[in-house]
Design a protein around this ligand. Structure first.
Ligand code: SAM
Ligand code: DTB
Ligand code: SF4
Length: 337
């Protein structure tokens, strides 16, 4: 190949060796923040080419995993996450709702299954579950699993012994996001530390529940900090099986409402960089699709996103209608899995 037609990454020794090392899942610190920033800085076509090459080596590029979310306990949360409409201290339009009844959860799960979702993710606006809260959730997990759906839960920080109970109930995935780079974290959340989050992820990993962990882009962080979040995820002893990349959904009443809107191409670059450095993980195009042109969503799939949230609602905010997603998948020749 003539030098000038080569993708830039092949000319860059450090990137090349990082890419090779990234296939060795026992290695920690396999990606430096500088290496990841260098990926972000590639010409767009070269970055997309690298992401596609990695994606096709590990996955069917036309298959996208679909999960449906349900907020099983809404609002009134004690935490101060600056993006979140469910924090009690911010005045948003979210109405508090107590823990849902088992039967209502099962009706929603059946509907999700009938609509083609393969995973059902139950979210609760808690700092973490108290034992009396966990017990009814364990029942929900067991019954949803018995319906033939994969199960996922996001309940906040876990205390000792709780991951074991979730595993026992049949939980397949636990979602707990790092949200952003350690350096930016304190600007967004003060009521729990980065270390708290890492400890919960360790508890999940130690009982062999699949880890779902990612973050939010577009909170006013720098490109270095976007790369810093990805470095934290990619350098885990075992990177998460599922990596949700959320675009901040700005909600009136939250501190982050009014943040400068991120250039969509920077979001696509973030997906591509995640795909390259976590080749075996599902990268989920998560919150933010409602405000995203379908052309940008298509670029995200091209960049290696291979999972979405499916159904008209995320937890409290809107997501595209399932019928719209079906049309988009048909247009792009994507099969849902
Ligand atoms: N309360 C639990 C916790 O925070 O660990 C679980 C639910 S919480 C809503 C799950 C994740 O949703 C957060 O960690 C954050 O990454 C994401 N999220 C919340 N509000 C968001 C928003 N406005 N835009 C994008 N992502 C958001
Ligand atoms: C994740 O990373 N994104 C989802 C899920 N995990 C729980 C939640 C997005 C929430 C968006 C704001 C809302 O709907 O309340
Ligand atoms: Fe509470 Fe979770 Fe929202 Fe933070 S993200 S305020 S912990 S519901």
């Amino acid at each position: 190949m003539h030098e000038s037609t080569m993708p830039a990454i092949i000319n860059t020794d450090s990137l090349k060796s990082s890419l090779l090392q990234s296939c060795d899942t026992n290695t920690v610190n396999r990606w430096s923040v500088a290496d990841i920033v260098a990926l972000f800085e590639l010409p767009f076509s070269d970055l997309m080419y690298q992401a596609q090459t990695v994606h096709r080596a590990y996955f069917d590029p036309n298959a996208v995993q679909v999960s449906t979310l349900l907020s099983i306990k809404t609002g009134g949360c004690s935490e101060d996450c600056g993006y979140c409409p469910q924090a009690a201290r911010y005045h948003t339009e979210v109405e508090n709702e107590p823990l849902m009844k088992l039967d209502d959860v099962l009706i929603a799960a059946q509907e999700a299954k009938d609509n083609g979702a393969s995973r059902f993710c139950m979210g609760a606006a808690w700092r973490g579950p108290k034992q009396r809260d966990l017990e009814p959730v364990l029942k929900m997990i067991a019954e949803v699993k018995a319906m033939g759906l994969e199960t996922c839960a996001t309940l906040g920080m876990l205390k000792e012994g709780q991951a074991e109970q979730l595993k026992e109930a049949g939980l397949d995935y636990y979602n707990h996001n790092l949200d952003t780079a350690p350096e930016f974290y304190g600007e967004v959340i003060t009521t729990r530390t980065y270390q708290d989050r890492l400890e919960t992820l360790d508890r999940v990993r130690n009982v062999d529940i699949n880890v779902c962990s990612g973050g939010i882009i577009g909170m006013g962080e720098s490109r270095n900090q976007r790369a810093g979040l990805l470095a934290q995820l990619a350098n885990m002893e075992r990177p998460p099986e599922s990596v949700p990349i959320n675009l901040l959904t700005q909600v009136e009443g939250t501190p982050l409402h009014g943040t400068d809107v991120l250039d969509p191409m920077e979001f696509v670059r973030t997906i591509a960089a995640a795909r390259i450095i976590m080749p075996t993980s599902y990268v989920r195009l998560s919150a933010g699709r409602q405000s995203m042109h379908e052309g940008i969503q298509a670029l995200c799939f091209l960049a290696g996103a291979n999972s979405i949230f499916y159904g008209e609602k995320l937890l409290t905010t809107a997501n595209p209608e399932a019928s719209e997603d079906k049309k988009l998948f048909a247009k792009l020749g994507i099969n849902s899995i």
